[in-house]
Write a protein that binds this ligand. Structure first.
Ligand SMILES: [Zn+2]
Length: 104
């Protein structure tokens, strides 16, 4: 498995700038208004949700709507420390016990 993708500083800067714009958009305001962490499903105050890139910019992820999700502080911190594979295992554990969680 090869996780190495070369991303230039220039590209990362550009994508960070896009993320900043995205954060000001109505699309994003609607997302966080729901007050739910994309990863763990916790109910969180909108002010405590941060914009997280599912595929990190440093790994070639883009600041697109499909790649940006609201994340609670806990998931955000955890994700930063984990390798992508470990993060997937963490998510699998989170989602396994109650797959039939009703979406409201
Ligand atoms: Zn979370």
């Amino acid at each position: 498995m090869d996780f190495f993708i070369e991303v230039s500083d220039e590209e990362i800067r550009r994508e960070r700038a896009k993320a900043r714009d995205l954060r000001k958009s109505n699309w994003w305001k609607n997302r966080i208004a729901q007050g739910t962490c994309h990863y763990c499903g916790a109910r969180v105050r909108p002010a405590d949700l941060s914009l997280d890139h599912i595929v990190p910019l440093a790994r070639g992820g883009k600041s697109t709507r499909g790649n940006c999700v609201p994340s609670c502080k806990e998931c955000n911190n955890r994700k930063r420390d984990l390798l992508p594979m470990e993060w997937e295992e963490y998510l699998a554990r989170l989602h396994k016990p109650d797959e039939d969680r009703s979406a409201d």
